[in-house]
Design a protein around this ligand. Sequence first.
Ligand code: SF4
Length: 200
Amino acid sequence: MSLKKARDIVGGAGRIARQLAPFQYTISPMLDSTQMQTLRDAVYRAAGTAQVREAVADFYRQVRADVDIRRPVCNASGRCCRFEEFDHRLFVTTIELAAFVYELEMRSWPAENESARAKWTGGGCPFQVAGLCGVHPIRPFGCRIFFCDPGSGPWQQEQYERRHSQLKAMHQALGVPYFYVEWRQGLAAMGITPPSLSRT
Ligand code: SF4
């Protein structure tokens, strides 16, 4: 698939993409505008590559297998998605972002998702809907390995580090530039920003 086609599919002319927005979060290290553009190009290119998408899907299957064995408790509190309130951050890599934006654009989503996005002011995750994940099948790795089960903390840490190293190696194997960015910054690079802060 060509880069142009990938751009079309993941929203260059579609629902989710807007011009690169000026919105920035107080995340360190911040990407400058050139880096944001480089990230965006890398994500578009990776999103248009079936090999990348399949590798990420297989990676998520492996993560799921680990979780199914350990079975940490999830009480569906939704707190893992309210970053400021619970003082944590979600970070993503280039290929996770690529798989996410591709699936976000290609699948049908409930109207409630759009409503939540329209009300988003920049705090928490824009995909949380009524306390639950509105994009559960395509959520990034960090969401799949985070549990509020205090007894599984060391396991989560070990899993995160091991699997993140795997993700990093996958970038090299797939020829995709490696970025590791805060979730909202990655979304902003792809034109997904709070509506009030988006350019028209
Ligand atoms: S993608 Fe889903 S699980 Fe992850 S932070 Fe957003 S709402 Fe929460």
